[in-house]
Design a protein around this ligand. Structure first.
Ligand SMILES: Cc1cc2nc3c(=O)[nH]c(=O)nc-3n(C[C@H](O)[C@H](O)[C@H](O)COP(=O)(O)O)c2cc1C
Length: 135
C-alpha cells in the first residue's frame, strides 16, 4: 500500500551546508534502494518533509527519523494512502528557503500553524505547489 507522510520538525542546531549534504546523501542512497521518494524543505531551523513509499517501508523509516538527534519536535501533518506519488522522480528533492528571500508568508515555515495545516489538507497542498513553483 502506497503512503505519503508529511511532517515538520525543528533542527537541533543551525545546520551547515555540509550537515545538510550529509543528510541528503544518506537519504538519497537509502531512498533509492527502498523506492522512497519525496521532498525535504528547510527554512532556518524548520524542516518540512514529504515521504512517499510502501507502508512497510515508511513506517520503520519514520521510526528511524524520530530517533535522529539532528531534529526534534516532529509533528505529523498528514499520513495518507495515495494512488500515485507527487514526486515520482525525486529520491529526495531539496529546497533551502534561505536562498529564496522574497517568498510568500506561507513559505515562512516556522510561522505555520501545524494544527491548521493538519486539518486543512488543501493548505499543505497549496504550500507544496508554491514550493514547486520556486525557481
Ligand atoms: C530532516 C531529516 C530528514 C531525513 N530524511 C531521510 C530520508 O528521507 N531517508 C532516509 O533514509 N534517511 C533520512 N534521514 C536520516 C535518517 O534519520 C537516518 O540517519 C539515516 O536513514 C540512517 O542511514 P544509515 O542507516 O544508512 O546510516 C533524515 C534525517 C533528517 C534529520
Amino acid at each position: 500500500m502506497l503512503q505519503q507522510l508529511i511532517y515538520m520538525s525543528v533542527s537541533a542546531k543551525e545546520l551547515s551546508s555540509k550537515d545538510l549534504e550529509q543528510i541528503l546523501n544518506a537519504s538519497r542512497r537509502n531512498n533509492l534502494e527502498k523506492n522512497v521518494t519525496g521532498l525535504l524543505v528547510i527554512k532556518g531551523k524548520t524542516f518540512l518533509q514529504v515521504l512517499e513509499g510502501e507502508s512497510q517501508i515508511i513506517k520503520p523509516l519514520f521510526q528511524k527519523l524520530k530517533e535522529d538527534q539532528r531534529h526534534h519536535d516532529i509533528s505529523i501533518i498528514s499520513w495518507d494512502v495515495i494512488e500515485k506519488r507527487d514526486f515520482p522522480h525525486w529520491t529526495m528533492g531539496f529546497k533551502n528557503l534561505a536562498t529564496f528571500p522574497n517568498h510568500s508568508e506561507l513559505l515562512d515555515l516556522s510561522k505555520l500553524d501545524i494544527s491548521k495545516l493538519s486539518t486543512t489538507p488543501s493548505l499543505i497542498h497549496d504550500l507544496i505547489q508554491e514550493l514547486l513553483n520556486l525557481e
